[in-house]
Design a protein around this ligand. Structure first.
Ligand SMILES: Cc1cc2nc3c(=O)[nH]c(=O)nc-3n(C[C@H](O)[C@H](O)[C@H](O)COP(=O)(O)O)c2cc1C
Length: 183
């Protein structure tokens, strides 16, 4: 059994949903898991006793937030000493002709923070129109139309491929088991 941290940063909640789903998957696999919002870590939070870490964050206006840049920068030594996975959540990752762009956002982030996680992935997020204010809803509807995505702003739309999320967590746990067996 390992002690696994899942740390996420979210704007409207989709990355939280993915992180919590991963947490459920990991705990069902028999591991200890802690899922934290990096902007509101539980008091007394520390990396002590953590064996492996998953970090997730979303894209807004072409980049990941400064909060996740700071988090990775602050904890880089700990992240480099453990098996890690990074996942980036965006609309582009769910649009066939924009998938390369989603991959670029992810690579730009890793380069910026100078971190090489053990595994990495991009996942499609959602259009959470009901959570947006007027301006954001109007802007996202326009972006969605150009991307061929849903423009019905009366409800939220989710594009996350949960099987892809399962595959990512399985790969991560397999890598962790391999590392622990060869230690
Ligand atoms: C204001 C705003 C800007 C966004 N900009 C981008 C973008 O530049 N590229 C992209 O692929 N997705 C973009 N998105 C889509 C988000 O990445 C997507 O909604 C994702 O699910 C957000 O995850 P979160 O709820 O965890 O923050 C944007 C969303 C919003 C609300």
């Amino acid at each position: 059994m390992a002690s696994i941290l899942i740390a996420y940063d979210t704007g409207e909640g989709q990355t939280r949903k993915i992180a919590q789903y991963m947490g459920y998957f990991v705990s069902r696999s028999g591991h200890d898991v802690q899922v934290i919002d990096i902007r509101r870590p539980p008091s007394g939070f520390s990396f002590d006793g953590i064996d492996a870490v998953l970090v997730g964050a979303s894209i807004h206006l072409g980049k990941h937030s400064r909060h996740i840049v700071d988090f990775v920068g602050r904890h880089k030594a700990r992240l480099e000493a453990a098996p890690t996975g990074f996942f980036s959540v965006s609309l582009s990752a769910g649009v066939e002709k924009q998938k390369a762009e989603a991959g670029r956002f992810l690579e730009e982030f890793l380069q910026k923070v100078d971190w090489s996680p053990t595994i990495k992935a991009t996942f499609a997020g959602g259009l959470l129109y009901r959570e947006y204010g007027f301006l954001k809803r109007w802007m996202m509807k326009k972006i969605a139309r150009d991307a061929g995505k849903d423009t019905d702003t009366s409800k939220n739309h989710e594009y996350t491929d949960w099987q892809a999320v399962d595959g990512f967590v399985q790969e991560f746990l397999a890598q962790l088991a391999h590392d622990q067996a060869t230690e």
